[in-house]
Design a protein. Structure first.
Length: 271
């Protein structure tokens, strides 16, 4: 939901609660409202409809918002005194600032839509790959600086539940994953970015592309029971892992069917 300027809130009062300091030096006091979707990022005392914030007189509005705990990856429009402004704006005393959430579906300009997931989102990475979405993932913790640098170098949207990681300046693009449940995480990402879906075309282990493989070409890679029972195979063009419709196929098919039913036509609708 996008909250229109001033909707659902009253004009802020300079006497409404104590002011929060966005910098180390007393400076201009502004009155700031976080959209309901963004308030959970802030500590409870800052979740009121309007918060008085004392700035240092030099920091940008983007810095002030981040000082409240909100990653800029989650911020859409910034409205100052009723007019939309940029994150580079330096607030002046008495300004009213409304911070809106990012608009969904979110478009990522300038590159094919690709993702990079941090070490805590392995299940989400495998499910995105199952749907044919390009999702790079490191099973080892390579550190925040390296992840952010890789996002920039490869022009990938970094997905994370780490707010500090999403505030790193070298990021190309990023998004906070709002749930800790894989089913909800998948719906969150698909609904926010509407990537093109091509199920069963990527290796869930390494993110490589799959190609059809005849049984004879992969026979030596199969156990005897698999050779006897299955006839249709695919193989990863990168790691050479072999796939077939085994015991877990029904569960995976349910994940694919649910995603395709809800999001399969979303990209086409935006075209």
């Amino acid at each position: 939901m996008i909250v229109e300027p001033g909707a659902g809130s009253e004009t802020p009062s300079p006497q409404a609660g104590r002011a929060w300091h966005a910098g180390g030096v007393n400076g201009p006091e502004i009155h700031l409202s976080l959209a309901p979707e963004l308030r959970f990022f802030a500590v409870p005392e800052r979740r009121r409809p309007w918060t008085a914030v004392v700035t240092d007189g030099a920091s940008t509005l983007g810095h002030v918002v981040e000082s409240l705990g909100v990653p800029l990856t989650e911020v859409g429009r910034l409205v100052v005194n009723g007019e939309e402004t940029a994150v580079s704006h330096v607030p002046s005393a008495g300004e009213t600032v409304e911070v809106h959430p990012v608009v969904r579906p979110q478009r990522v300009p300038g590159a094919p839509l690709r993702f990079l997931l941090d070490v805590h989102l392995g299940t989400l990475a495998r499910r995105l790959r199952l749907l044919g979405v390009d999702a790079a993932y490191e099973s080892e913790d390579i550190g925040d600086p390296e992840l952010a640098a890789r996002s920039a170098a490869q022009r990938r949207v970094l997905l994370s539940r780490d707010r500090g990681l999403l505030r790193r300046r070298e990021l190309w693009a990023g998004a906070y994953v709002y749930s800790d449940r894989p089913d909800e995480q998948l719906r969150d990402v698909l609904g926010r970015f509407t990537p093109s879906l091509a199920p069963w075309t990527r290796c869930t282990a390494c993110n490589g592309t799959l190609e059809d493989a005849d049984k004879e070409s992969v026979r030596e890679l199969l156990q005897h029971g698999t050779r006897r029972t299955y006839e249709v195979f695919a193989r990863c063009t990168v790691c050479e892992r072999v796939y077939w419709r085994g015991a877990h196929h029904a569960r995976l098919e349910a994940i694919v069917a649910g995603a395709m039913d809800e999001f399969g036509d979303a990209r086409a609708a935006l075209s």
